[in-house]
Design a protein around this ligand. Structure first.
Ligand code: NAP
Length: 669
């Protein structure tokens, strides 16, 4: 379709830039989200019935074709012949034709935010799935339709002396700043680095990018219609966070280059005594009613302990410590590791280096993802900005397709797992996709196929989406070694296979050590140190992944067993944890309490349930000894959240006050 094909609802031919933009948008937009936008613009709910019927009929046709041809298609929603959430081409085309009749460049919404019943109907059609009622409140929020719904009744404002300290100005710290401010709390954010952004300020290696879709991996209260790629680059993500900081005027609350070194609970004051260190070494004391750590999880580079590493005369750098003055142009570069970071890095330096040796101790399961490096067409960016509610529905789909539909994938079917490397039929689908991609990528390189075939169960480590790694490995200047580093010499590396690789630059893409708040010396009631309780990070446990008995008013965001490792992204953890913190604090305010401390029994029982649920997953499976940051030294999975996202989100709506001991403000001195 071109601009000149475009007519409005009355059959009038339109021209000019906007008409051209609209025509181009209609041609490229996601048809399901486009259809929803049409419903908002026209207010015509008949479109829902009409296209639900179209979808049903097209599915039947595909099912019949399948029966007659014997071709088997992947099935998502229990209906044969279509990937999850997809509209058949015939239906997509009808949506586009109708959109060309209904939409104008300056269309506005007749239908605003729908009620829950209508929303469910629309969500089901938009995702081509049966969206169960239990998902509706979450989807309402996560798609960006309902912002900041509070649960604890708000009848009082926080008292003047109710200060909150947030540690870290990454995705969660910034989120906390916005929401604490909205709720009227006085707060400060201390950030050790000299800029905001956390992971995205620290990780500046070539090709650094988010591996969760852009339109979803952002705050639901701050959608961005302008993402240039379907998966954002690190710099673009950092720029997004900077814009949020500016928009909400957060800078006046954020103290950069200020490291929190310790926090001690002062019982008689019912406050945290927090000590910070500024860049010049000066120590400052602060008091806070509540302490929110927003340190992330992957914040301490894992530097392998390899003999001779210090003796290397060239450049050695961990990806998280990359600096722009590192020059790889024409040089002999060795990369250690094959996680998400490594594949992004290798893809992005292969054109520049003289020689590249990739040293792979454990090949990961790598899957193709066609949009991982794709630009969002300009026309679709226009649609995100101009077509009413298009971006909300687009985001809803992005969330839906990558969230609880994936919950079964890491879960073990014991019978299946007895005789397969995969753990269930659905887990096997991921494995087969990955193997097919590997085999098709290297039809003439059996050596590479052998070296790159993983031998651990899919999903035991994070699945890697390929931004071009396999293509890079085909280059003449690239060698792959299935080995580790045995020793580093002044002029190169000897692998565990005994091979010597001459090198100018060694890049350690070796991931991170987990640091669950052990970066700060936190001491709770009766002198209990959090680091000791958590065995110095090896066995952290918390109630709901956030609160720890004996540490009143401490909120460890993105704490143990809180990461949605089956789907979605860190952004949902950010929002649900921040929401929960604000609800807890409001509960204190409403009831004139100074503090809340979770009962030990509640923490123990919660963790028993966590461990029991994780026992049935590939993360805790006692099969092949899988290394990686999901598990601790004893094989316990300490990172993944065992619950469906909808369940965990629901648990975090407000505190279950039965599980806490409260201290009244009048008891403080
Ligand atoms: P990673 O997934 O932990 O991978 C580290 C790699 O280094 C593995 O291949 C590992 O091999 C290897 N390695 C570690 N120590 C080694 C040693 N001593 N000798 C040889 N090899 C060693 O780390 P990552 O790739 O940095 O990713 C970390 C997390 O950040 C992942 O969850 C990833 O998804 C995330 N990430 C996210 C984005 C994003 O989009 N948000 C971007 C990049 C990374 P073994 O498996 O044998 O230990």
């Amino acid at each position: 379709m071109t601009a000149t094909d475009f007519v409005d609802g009355t059959g009038t031919q339109l021209d000019g830039d906007d008409a051209a933009q609209l025509a181009a948008a209609i041609a490229v937009c996601n048809p399901a989200a486009l259809l929803m936008s049409m419903v908002h613009v026209s207010g015509d709910l008949g479109l829902l019935d009409e296209f639900a019927a179209e979808l049903e009929s097209a599915r039947k046709d595909l099912a019949n074709a399948q029966n007659t041809t014997g071709v088997h298609y992947s099935s998502g929603s229990g209906t044969p012949a279509l990937p999850l959430g997809a509209f058949p081409d015939s239906v997509s085309e009808k949506v586009r034709v109708r959109a060309a009749q209904l939409l104008r460049a300056e269309s506005t919404a007749v239908l605003g935010v729908p009620d829950e019943v209508l929303f469910r109907r629309m969500a089901s059609l938009c995702t081509a799935s049966d969206v169960d009622a239990e998902f509706i409140p979450l989807l309402f929020e996560q798609a960006g339709f309902r912002i900041g719904q509070r649960c604890v009744p708000v009848t009082k404002s926080p008292p003047e002396d109710f200060d909150v300290i947030v540690v870290g100005a990454g995705i969660i710290g910034i989120n906390a700043a916005v929401k604490l401010g909205d709720a009227g709390f006085r707060y400060r954010v201390f950030e050790a680095r000299d800029e905001i952004g956390g992971t995205w300020s620290r990780n500046t290696y070539p090709g650094a990018a988010v591996d969760t879709p852009s339109h979803y991996y952002s705050y639901s209260f701050e959608l961005n219609p302008d993402w240039s790629k379907y998966y954002p680059s690190g710099p673009e993500y950092l720029a997004y966070l900077e814009r949020v900081v500016e928009k909400y005027d957060l800078n006046r609350h954020i103290e950069l280059s200020t490291k929190v070194v310790s926090a001690d609970w002062i019982e008689r004051e019912q406050k945290w005594h927090v000590r910070t260190q500024s860049a010049d070494g000066a120590i400052t004391d602060h008091r806070a009613q509540a302490l929110v750590t927003a340190l992330g999880v992957l914040n301490a580079p894992n530097i392998p302990d390899v003999p001779g590493l210090d003796s290397f005369e060239g450049t050695v750098v961990h990806t998280a410590e990359w600096s722009d003055d590192i020059d790889v142009e024409g040089r002999r570069v060795v990369v250690l590791g094959t996680g998400c970071t490594s594949v992004q890095l290798v893809t992005n330096i292969v054109d520049k280096v003289g020689a590249l040796d990739v040293v792979v101790r454990t090949p990961h399961w790598i899957v193709p993802e066609k949009t991982v490096v794709n630009d969002v067409p300009q026309a679709e960016r226009w649609a995100m900005r101009h077509l009413p509610y298009y971006q909300e529905w687009f985001r809803l789909r992005a969330y839906w397709l990558a969230s609880d539909n994936l919950y079964p994938v890491p879960r073990i079917d014991p019978e299946w797992a007895k005789s397969h490397l995969s753990v269930s039929p659905v887990n096997d689908l991921v494995m087969q996709t990955s193997l097919r991609y590997l085999n098709e990528s290297f039809p003439d390189r059996p050596d590479l196929i052998e070296k790159l075939t993983p031998d651990f169960r899919p999903y035991a480590k994070r699945i890697v989406k390929d931004p071009g790694f396999f293509q890079a490995l085909r280059r003449e200047n690239v060698n792959l070694h299935r080995a580790g580093f045995a020793e580093v010499h002044p002029d190169g590396v000897t692998t565990t296979d005994g091979e010597f690789i001459a090198a100018d630059v060694i890049i350690l893409a070796t991931g991170f050590k987990l640091e669950y708040a052990s970066l700060i010396d936190i001491t709770g009631r009766e002198g209990q140190r959090l680091a000791e309780l958590w065995e110095f990070g090896d066995d952290p446990r918390a109630y709901l992944g956030i609160q720890v008995p004996g540490f009143p008013n401490l909120f460890v965001t993105a704490g143990p067993n809180a990461a949605p490792n089956h789907g979605a992204g860190h952004n949902i953890t950010s929002e649900e944890h921040v929401h929960y913190v604000v609800e807890c604090l409001q509960y204190l305010v409403e009831n004139d309490y100074a503090s809340m401390d979770v009962e030990n029994q509640a923490m123990v029982e919660y963790n028993q349930k966590v461990d029991a649920a994780l026992d049935k997953t590939v993360w805790a499976h006692p099969g092949k000894d899988v290394t990686g940051y999901y598990r601790n030294s004893k094989g316990r999975a300490i990172v993944p959240c065992p619950w469906r996202l909808v369940d965990y989100w629901t648990m975090l709506r407000e505190p279950d006050v039965e599980n806490f001991t409260f201290t009244s403000r009048s008891a403080t001195k």
